[in-house]
Design a protein around this ligand. Structure first.
Ligand code: BGC
Length: 352
């Protein structure tokens, strides 16, 4: 008993120690500087969620006495590397990156490390580099929840074999691969048993809604109106797909998934043109990321609770959980959490 207890204590200690992220020493100016400076390099600010990530991150970091320099690369790898180089030149203490391309940004991590600046990957993984910390949502779980939702909803529908159009995200985003992997996990049994057939599938470059629409249109060209669901990987691409459905008089007649709980998606869900989304508590992730960044800038250790192989190292990681949202639990999730006000979500239904 005593031995088991000390083994448990020991293994807890080991996991805490393996999860410790220490600052790389930081830019030389840090020790003398009372106000830490954090660089935040975002892929894009196009989707609603990234604006919220930025605002929450900046608010929390500023509240902790830091200054934040924000850059957004407009989905351009060359520009994002240049953004990070500019942050290095400005001698920031820590750089937080939401990469457009998880492979291409390894170079930016290397440049930051050469200047002694630690790097946190935010939401999306940066591969094949000596990354200091990765903070994200449980992305496999996102895909799994989308797939499970469809599997259960399709099973309740009358008729035989069900037919599906699948819209994946940007191939350059490691998250898009994880969402697909999670979806596959939930859908494979149905595909293998022949209860489900994919009529069309494709990757939406840069997660653009117009690419989501093109993929839905291509699916409709192949299947006509004979399909039951569109598995869109996020709300932006779902919005594009729903536009295609509206033009065909099919909106509200087929199931459509999403992710992000964007206001427009929540509005579509209560109206009935989109069926579900995934709520990712951005406040929790962005605030925690700001806290970790400020701690690293102040040379305080950060404790990671997990680790993830990025192809080169096991990156100390922190994962935040997610929730599936439908019309039925909209009030208990998105609204209760203050993510969007009820009045805005229900604005066209007249409900409060
Ligand atoms: C994020 C999603 C987002 C998508 C497009 C993914 O990496 O995890 O929340 O919808 O990128 O920006």
């Amino acid at each position: 008993m005593k031995l088991r207890l000390s083994l448990v204590v020991l293994s807890c200690l080991v996991s805490i120690i393996t999860g410790l992220v220490l600052s790389r020493g930081g830019a030389k100016a840090t020790a003398a500087r009372t106000k830490p400076v954090i660089g935040l390099s975002l892929d894009t600010l196009k989707e609603e969620r990234w604006q919220r990530d930025r605002d929450t991150f900046v608010r929390r970091a500023t509240g902790l006495g830091a200054e934040v320099k924000v850059q957004s690369a407009n989905s351009d790898d060359v520009r994002q590397v240049a953004d990070v180089q500019a942050l290095i030149t400005e001698r920031v203490d820590v750089i937080v990156i939401a990469p457009h391309n998880g492979e291409a940004m390894a170079k930016a991590v290397q440049l930051a490390h050469e200047a002694g600046i630690p790097v946190i990957a935010y939401d999306r993984l940066i591969k094949n580099c000596d990354l200091d910390l990765y903070m994200t949502f449980d992305n496999l779980r996102v895909g799994e929840l989308q797939g499970q939702f469809l599997a259960e909803a399709l099973a309740k529908m009358a008729g035989g074999k069900k037919r599906l159009i699948r819209i994946y995200g940007a191939k350059t985003d490691n998250n898009a691969l994880l969402f697909k992997q999670g979806q596959d996990r939930a859908l494979d049994p149905l595909l293998k048993s022949g209860a489900l057939e994919i009529v069309h599938e494709d990757w939406a470059d840069d997660w653009k809604p117009e690419n989501g629409k093109k993929i839905a249109n291509a699916g409709i060209n192949k299947a006509g109106h004979a399909f039951d669901a569109i598995l869109a990987s996020n709300d932006g691409t779902a919005g594009g797909a729903i536009q295609a459905l509206l033009e065909e008089g099919l909106a509200g007649k087929v199931l459509v998934t999403g992710q992000d709980a964007d206001l427009a998606a929540c509005q579509r869900i209560v109206v009935g043109t989109q069926t579900m989304t995934i709520y990712k508590p951005l406040k929790q992730l962005a605030e925690q990321a700001a806290e970790c960044a400020v701690n690293l800038a102040r040379h305080r250790p950060v404790i990671a609770t997990a680790s993830l192989d990025n192809g080169q190292v096991k990156v100390p990681s922190i994962f935040v959980d997610v929730v599936a949202v439908t019309k039925e639990n909209m009030r208990e999730t998105v609204i209760k959490d203050g993510f969007h006000p009820a009045a805005e979500i229900f604005q066209s239904t007249g409900d409060k």
